[in-house]
Design a protein around this ligand. Structure first.
Ligand code: MN
Length: 374
């Protein structure tokens, strides 16, 4: 039986500039901080993983700094000497060392899959069962928060055939202004032939959601992402099916146990899958299986990863029969510069799977040196 014993684990923080400001419900960024994880085996096989949070610790408590500390102090000693090919066994070890820390664990698992793909000369999608499709439809997050600049960005993407579907990021204004902004932007986008979703990033309570969702739906919004707190599955269930728009659960579905509640509560029309929030690709694949059993489609969500994490998620989405809800894996062109030699491709309004061994991307040493945090 082949084995690939781990010799070293490196965690490197890089700060990569983005093309424009990006506003989330809780923060605003102009640079994306990424934690790169490079694992080397005694046979000289090198795997790369990426743990990226959306501009800091607000989403699930982890940041690049906290992940680096966890990896260097706790995970790395347990990884050294372990067999990189036995991924579930390695994850079991990590879960025994530390609860939670799903982003850090996902980045490590990603590097292990990269190693496995290189050892067996297989792309990640083959390791996950094979392709259901070669590409996923782009859903682009508009997050500048300025109507003219957001419309200009959408017009550019529409004219270049990079995206036809847009997601308006909300939650950082008072609901009344937030909704007025989203409705104006939605009508500008709809008049240009686009389709429009909104992501409220759990900024509202249930009453606020019932007050304002119908207004946005009247304005033509077709998908509502996470209007209320992630833990409030019951409120999500009361919103789902009440309105003509579909409800997409993001923060509400991180664990397998969250996903299982779809059977009893029917709290969403679709799930956003993300390797980071669930502790890895294998966990996200299992969540997609639960969704499939419930007849629920999946969306390949993202934390605005570079092409390393993007390739991992697009490979997963392309290997899942029920990942039919598109993908927001737009990091490769949202970043001002990529950190790999061979970024994930976005064209024809779709994001395309990589076919090289493992993640199919090669880290640029020049970019690594340039963007590395000193
Ligand atoms: Mn979201």
């Amino acid at each position: 039986m082949s084995s690939e014993l781990i010799e070293s684990v490196e965690s490197i923080i890089v700060d990569v500039p983005i093309k424009r400001v990006h506003k989330f419900s809780a923060t605003s960024i102009t640079t994306q901080a990424i934690l790169l994880i490079r694992i080397r085996t005694r046979n000289g096989v090198v795997g790369i993983g990426e743990s990226t949070t959306p501009g800091g610790p607000w989403w699930l408590g982890e940041s690049v700094e906290s992940m680096k500390l966890m990896i260097d102090s706790y995970f790395s000693p347990a990884l050294i000497g372990s067999d990189a090919l036995q991924i579930p066994e390695v994850l079991r070890k990590l879960n025994k060392i530390a609860a939670l820390n799903s982003f850090a664990k996902a980045g490590i698992e990603m590097a292990l899959f990269d190693i496995k793909g290189k050892v067996f000369n297989a792309p990640l999608h083959q390791l996950l069962g094979g392709l259901a499709r070669e590409s996923v439809k782009t859903c682009w997050p508009l997050a500048i928060g300025d109507i003219d600049r957001d419309v200009a960005e959408a017009e550019h993407l529409l004219s270049e055939n990079l995206a036809q579907e847009f997601k308006i990021k909300m939650g950082y204004r008072e609901p009344k202004e937030d909704v007025a902004f989203a409705c104006s932007l939605a009508s500008a986008l709809l008049s240009r032939g686009a389709t429009v979703r909104v992501d409220i990033n759990q900024a509202w309570d249930e009453g606020t959601a019932h007050r304002w969702l119908p207004v946005m739906i009247d304005a033509g919004v077709s998908v509502i992402e996470q209007p209320v707190q992630g833990w409030n599955h019951e409120a999500m269930a009361r919103i789902t099916g009440k309105y003509s728009a579909q409800v997409l659960a993001d923060e509400s579905v991180c664990t397998l146990q969250d996903a299982l509640k779809i059977g009893s509560l029917r709290f969403a029309d679709a799930f956003a899958l993300k390797a980071m929030k669930s502790g890895g690709i294998l966990a996200a694949q299992k969540i997609a299986g639960i969704a499939e059993a419930a007849g629920v489609p999946c969306f390949a969500g993202c934390f605005l990863e570079a092409s390393i994490g993007s390739s991992a998620m697009v490979s997963l989405a392309c290997a899942l029969p029920n990942a039919t809800y598109g993908s927001e894996q737009i990091g490769p062109i949202w970043l001002k510069e990529e950190i790999v030699e061979d970024p994930v491709e976005i064209r024809d309004n779709r994001i395309w799977v990589k076919h090289g061994p493992g993640l199919g991307v090669t880290l640029s040493e020049e970019k690594l040196q340039r963007f590395r945090r000193r």
